[in-house]
Each structure stands twice: as C-alpha cells, then as structure tokens.
Design a protein around this ligand. Structure first.
Ligand code: SAM
Length: 281
C-alpha cells in the first residue's frame, strides 16, 4: 500500500467534493485530482465541465439516479482496466443526497481502491454556522414533497434528541417551516442557512414559529437553496403502555379501527392488536 494516499494504484476511484457555490472553495487537491484522472463521472456533465475553466476536461461520463446501474458497471470495468475515475456531483460532496453509493459499493466489491478528496458539504457548512448543539446530529436530507407524508415524517422526528439537518429548495420553506411549527412545536430553535458561500448567503436563527413568519414576510428568503438545522428534543418520547392504549382506543373507536391504530402506533402485528382490543386490556 503506498504511504501517501495520492500515490494510489492505477484504477482508483476518487470521490471528489466540489464547491456548493463559491468556486474558490475547490481545494488544490481536488483540482489536482480532477486534472489527473482519465474519467470524471458527473451527475450533470455540463455543470461539472465548469470546474475545469479554460483547461481541457478529461472524458466525462454521466452518472445519475436513472442510469446508475448501467453507468456503474461500465465505470467498474474501466477502473478494472487501470483507468483512474473521479466521481463528482453537481455541488458539494457526492453521495450526500446525491448519487454514487452503488458505484462505491461496486468498486469495493471488485477490490478497487476508493479514496476521498473531502471538501464542501451544505449540511456540514450549515451545521457549523447554526449555533445549535453539534455533538450529535441527524441528517434527514429532503422531506417528502406531499404534505401528509411530510407531516408524518416530521411527527416521527418530534422526539429526536439530536440536532436535525434538512435539505430543501428555498421555495418550499414556507410549507416546511409551517409544518415544523405544528409538529415540533413553535418554540423549537432552528437556523435557516440559505445560499451558502454565494452572494445572497443568509443565516438566520430563531424559534420555528418566528422563522416561519420571517420567511413568509420576505419573498427573497424563498429563493435559491436552503438547509434547515433544527434543535433536537431533550424530552424523551413518552413511554406508551400498549395495554392502556388498547383500552383507550377500544373505548373510543370501533374494534377494527382501534386494532388498526394500535398496530400502527405500537408496531405489534394486527392479530395481536385485535386480541388486545377484544379483551379490552
Ligand atoms: N451533495 C450536496 C452536499 O454535499 O451538500 C447536496 C446535494 S442536494 C441534491 C442539494 C441540496 O443541498 C439543496 O437543495 C440544498 O438543500 C442544499 N444545498 C446545496 N448547496 C447549497 C448552498 N449553497 N446553500 C444552502 N443549501 C445548499
């Protein structure tokens, strides 16, 4: 094994982070790696070509969500033949809410060396300016676009003790932050980190209800790209006693509905839930 990571064997897969806005954030090592590899696998080859400026770009191959399986097989073949390949995404760190996991897994399976060239990542950049506990954090990424699914997901996160990080297009902030105010509570502290490293970079920290109002009052806050960093909940979820819950549900609802809800809320199977509801336990 070479003593310096950049002296990797031929046929190495390099996972290269690129800027999230400001092109000066491309590290010298990232630029050097992109200049040395035979192939760059990119989500959008036109976007990634900009990283080369006036320099000659190497062969560019597109790798996105919809062609990942086929592109992956071809790239592993090239790697096996000794070609160095760099994986980049449109912005930031590949695999963080971006494609690449299958390629990295396939490379490991094929015994190919995988090396990192770390750098910008919107989630970590936002966490670093959020002013919220950062000893533990939960990366949630994008919430579902549909209102019902989004609210259910937020309800499931209501007792998460760690600081949470969400990705969102800024145009969706009004509905997302309004949902957070209902599901997580209006006083939960949150930080909006928008357009990081760009001209209109904004970092604003406030209780969720105030943040919702602040965003609603200023249409500019609904433009560009955003990360929401939200404080965790120090109170653990209340322990639910399944027997007491079965009794309450059976008292209020028809048995089939009560059993269905009991199963959903506790994770027990339907048959078991039916038995508890019928016994009125
Ligand atoms: N791989 C990227 C990374 O390392 O951050 C994330 C890619 S994900 C498809 C795009 C999302 O990242 C955006 O919708 C936004 O939530 C967040 N994002 C990317 N660039 C950002 C920026 N400059 N400021 C704020 N959020 C950004």
């Amino acid at each position: 094994m070479p003593d310096h990571p950049d002296m990797s064997p031929p046929g190495t897969l390099w996972i290269v982070a690129t800027p999230i806005g400001n092109l000066d954030d491309l590290s010298p090592r990232a630029a050097d790696t992109l200049g040395r590899v035979a192939v760059v696998a990119a989500e959008d080859t036109r976007t990634s070509r900009r990283l080369f400026g006036d320099r000659q770009a190497p062969e560019m191959v597109s790798l996105h969500e919809h062609n990942e399986a086929v592109a992956c097989a071809r790239l592993v073949e090239r790697l096996g033949q000794g070609a160095d390949v760099a994986l980049v995404s449109d912005a930031g760190t590949p695999l963080v809410s971006d494609p690449g996991y299958r390629l990295v897994a396939a490379a490991h399976d094929a015994g190919i060396a995988v090396r990192t060239v770390p750098g910008p990542c919107a989630a970590i950049a936002a966490l670093s300016v959020a002013g919220l506990p950062s000893d533990r954090f939960w990366f949630e990424g994008f919430l579902p676009a549909r209102a019902g699914q989004r609210q259910s997901r937020l309800e499931a996160l209501a007792h998460m003790p760690a600081t949470m990080i969400f990705y969102a297009p800024a145009r969706d902030l009004p509905v997302i932050v309004a949902d957070m105010s209902i599901t997580l509570g209006p006083d939960r502290m949150a930080t909006l980190a928008r357009e990081l490293t760009k001209i209109h970079e904004t970092v604003h920290r406030a209780p969720v209800a105030d943040l919702a109002q602040w965003i609603a009052d200023d249409a500019n806050q609904q433009r560009g790209e955003a990360v929401l960093v939200v404080a965790g909940n120090p109170d653990p979820a209340p322990a639910v006693n399944p027997e007491a819950l079965a009794r309450e549900l059976a008292r209020e609802l028809p048995p089939s509905r009560a059993a269905k809800l009991l199963a959903r809320l506790t994770g027990m199977n339907r048959k078991e839930a039916w038995a508890k509801v019928e016994r009125g336990e």
